[in-house]
Design a protein around this ligand. Structure first.
Ligand code: FMN
Length: 275
């Protein structure tokens, strides 16, 4: 073999090795990029103090005692449609969700609001606006009652979309958060037949009232919104036909609070008693 033939063979070998190495590098780069793209969303923008476990945001424990009596909360409850532009705390959000559907009897898994046959046909979704709750990113979450945690369903501020579905009611767009309560009738009708529909509607009223009163006790305000296009709300939430949206409850810090005095009440009742 001539010596220049040997040199050529070496050059070809080295070139092949170089091509293989480049291909390997490109392959590794593609694999890394794909891994990053396909990796399930982590709540990396969540600040310290918010615990994420198994894709769930673990909510702070609810308070079991408050500073406002139930009488004061009932007297002060009003439908509130104007809110201050201040963010809510996650503790407030957690307390409201707990009042809506949280566990109150851990021995039997019973919840804060009554339910026919303890079947619990209602789902509670939390819509969070941008910079609306300290340390909680904008998005749609589902409240998981038994673990008192939030499951993220969608990222981003959907308040405008939700307000559009609710006949452009401005309070739905302006409130920092909204609860959306849906029902899976089937859960109750499979035991109680068509009467189950009535039970489910009564139950959402219980949830609504708890949310109203808990909001007042926290210095917040809400309004029960029943006027919306069901299908459009389903699209915003990304839920199927088996879920019936029943209430949207925007919640925020009220711009104004009115609390009646006993004298005002007396005067009102006297007038209506014909005294
Ligand atoms: C089933 C139901 C549906 C309602 N729908 C709406 C609604 O779509 N938009 C709204 O602004 N208020 C809505 N409200 C709130 C009522 O307008 C409010 O309760 C009523 O004016 C009495 O005022 P108060 O809640 O301050 O006592 C609804 C209330 C109920 C109970």
């Amino acid at each position: 073999m001539r010596s220049d033939e040997g040199d050529m063979g070496g050059i070809v070998k080295r070139r092949k090795l170089f091509v293989v190495a480049v291909c390997l590098c490109i392959g590794i780069l593609i694999a890394l990029t794909l891994m990053k793209l396909l990796k399930p969303a982590k709540h990396d923008e969540l600040k310290e103090g918010i615990v994420v476990k198994g894709g769930r945001i673990l909510l702070p424990m609810p308070e079991l005692e408050g500073r406002m009596s139930v009488e004061e909360a009932i007297a002060t409850r009003r439908s509130i449609r104007s809110y201050e532009r201040v963010p809510l705390k996650i503790e407030q959000v957690a307390q409201i969700l707990w009042a809506a559907q949280g566990i109150t009897d851990p021995r039997r898994g019973l919840r804060a609001t009554p339910s026919a046959g303890a079947i619990y046909p209602l789902n509670v979704y939390l819509v969070v606006g941008e910079d609306a709750v300290i340390d909680l990113p904008a998005g749609i979450y589902r409240y998981d009652a038994s673990s008192h945690s939030l499951i993220i369903l969608r990222r981003g501020d959907v308040r405008e979309e939700l307000a559009r579905a609710a006949l452009e009611q401005p309070w739905v767009k302006e409130a920092p958060i909204s609860l959306v309560i849906t029902a899976v009738y089937e859960r109750t009708t499979s035991r109680y037949g068509s009467r189950g529909i009535r039970y489910v509607h009564i139950e959402v009223g219980h949830v609504g009232q708890n949310v109203y009163l808990q909001a007042v006790a926290l210095g917040l305000g809400t309004v029960a919104v029943g006027a919306f296009y069901d299908d459009e709300v389903r699209v915003v939430l990304g839920v199927g036909e088996d879920e019936q949206p029943l209430y949207i409850m925007p919640i925020g810090v009220p711009e104004r609070i009115y609390k009646p005095t006993l004298d005002e009440l007396k005067e009102y009742y006297e007038r209506h008693r014909g005294d």
